[in-house]
Design a protein around this ligand. Structure first.
Ligand code: ADP
Length: 462
């Protein structure tokens, strides 16, 4: 920042020095020459016209010059100084000395019939800019001769120089001061954020990025704070995942081991007992593989590697088939699963995934329904959508928990009605799949009375 400011100031100062001190003389000469050439052109245009006198007078006064027109022998035809026109000794005193032969020979030698040059010291101590041009042609040819003093600008340049020295010092000091102020304002908050980010990188999620003194830093700080809070959530989830998964894996594994040992040591020869023990082992193994496939399918869906194969299928048929899978509960545990489906409701979706959703929702209702073991499944057309609902008569979900149940690994321990170990992933999978299908979904629950989970999919033509 400091280098940038100093560089910027230096460039400007160097430019000022070059223009005002180093090149000022040549610049002034060039400007003067340019001016005299322009004036001469106008005078040549005006020559012979009635207001020639006035025009020339104006030019000579304005530009401080002497204008003379002579014939080829050097006789004055016209003469004008800044003090006015005239001839004679009085006038001749006021006009600068003429070098007629010099200008004539230069003019004759030139191709364009125009010359200009600056002379060295004249009698007066001044440098002169001299311009000569032919007016007219043939025997009527005359010479226009203009002289303009080149004012000495050394003293002016001297004044400028002292001024510039002051300006240089002030500008450099200002540049240093400004660069210190600005770099402080810009860099300090960035440095603070860098330090905080370093702490974050070391795994400290309690850091807070402080906002700075300008909008961009404020935005950066708030974005980083948001990122930190998301990171810490992920970290929390990771810890929870390890705790949950290890817990969920350990219980069935212990059971599997215990029952296997029991078969080896006790029930090996008793076929009835052995059957019972083997069944526990199989059930626990099923739970294990269910848990593992839940974890896999959620991570697949969330990492975006899951591919959706959209096809049109009969949702009614799917719901019926899945409901049938729960029939063993009806027979074995006297569940009452009521099915009320409108026929031929076609939707366009990934059938496998929708099956997963329906299976998870019915599974939850079965798990959490009340003592009467009743579950109601409904499928009907609502506007242009097919609406699936599954209702249980369980404890319901408290209003403050209703949003959390869709989160990964959320499990309300008290809500478990059956000794079935859930993974806490079911509803999270449901949510991810339905979101990917742009489907509306939700839950209505009244604590003590039960819950209804629902989703709606656009109906499609067969
Ligand atoms: P879990 O494997 O624990 O069932 P889910 O993601 O399927 O995991 O559900 C998350 C939590 O939502 C459950 O632990 C439970 O507290 C609550 N929940 C889900 N379905 C129901 C329901 N039908 N009735 C009451 N609570 C439910």
């Amino acid at each position: 920042m400091w280098a940038f400011f100093m560089g910027f100031a230096a460039v400007i100062i160097v430019m000022l020095w070059l223009l005002q001190i180093v090149f000022i003389k040549s610049y002034y000469n060039a400007m003067k020459t340019n001016q005299i050439v322009k004036v001469a052109d106008s005078i040549i245009d005006e020559y012979g016209k009635s207001d020639f006198d006035d025009t020339v007078m104006k030019y000579t006064q304005k530009n401080n010059m002497f204008v003379n027109v002579m014939d080829m022998q050097g006789n004055d035809l016209y003469s004008m100084t800044e003090f006015g026109g005239g001839k004679g000794p009085d006038h001749n005193e006021k006009r600068p000395p003429m070098e007629f032969e010099d200008i004539k020979s230069r003019l004759l030698a030139s191709e364009s019939g125009k010359v200009h040059f600056s002379t060295g010291q004249h009698d007066t101590d001044r440098q002169m800019l001299i311009y000569g041009a032919f007016i007219g042609s043939g025997s009527n040819r005359k010479i226009l001769y203009i002289v303009s003093p080149l004012d000495p600008i050394d003293s002016t340049a001297g004044i400028l120089k002292t001024q510039l020295i002051c300006v240089t010092v002030i500008v450099l000091l200002l540049a240093v001061a400004l660069s210190i102020i600005f770099s402080g304002r810009l860099a300090k908050p960035i440095n603070r954020i860098t330090v905080t980010a370093g702490k974050l990188a070391q795994g400290n999620y309690d850091v807070k990025f402080e906002s700075g003194s300008y909008t961009e830093i404020d935005k950066l700080a708030s974005t980083l704070n948001y990122a930190t809070s998301e990171l810490s959530k992920t970290e929390e989830l990771r810890r929870e995942l390890i705790a949950n998964v290890s817990h969920d894996l350990r219980t069935p594994l212990t059971m599997v081991k215990a029952y296997a040992e029991m078969i080896r040591d006790i029930s090996g020869d008793n076929s009835v007992k052995r059957q019972a023990h083997v069944k526990v082992i199989i059930d626990e193994a099923d739970r294990l593989s269910g848990l593992v496939s839940d974890i896999l399918s959620l991570s697949k869906i969330q990492s975006g590697t899951a591919q959706y194969h959209m096809e049109t299928f009969d949702l009614t048929k799917t719901v019926r088939e899945i409901a049938q899978r729960f029939n063993f509960l009806v027979e074995r545990d006297k569940y009452d699963i009521a099915l009320d489906c409108e026929e031929n409701l076609f939707v366009s979706a990934d059938e496998m995934r929708v099956e997963q959703v329906i299976y998870n929702l019915i599974g939850n209702s079965v798990n959490y329904t009340g003592e009467d073991k009743r579950v109601f499944i409904k499928l009907f057309k609502k506007d242009a959508k097919a609406r699936f609902e599954v209702t249980d008569t369980g404890k319901g979900i408290a209003a403050d928990k209703i949003d959390s149940i869709w989160e990964r690994y959320y499990r309300d321990k008290e809500a478990h009605q059956r000794p079935i170990v859930g993974s806490g992933l079911g509803l999270s999978i449901v949510k991810n799949i339905l979101t990917a299908h742009n489907a509306d979904f939700g839950v209505e629950s009244e604590p003590g009375k039960g819950s209804t989970f629902w989703f709606e999919l656009e109906t499609a033509k067969r």
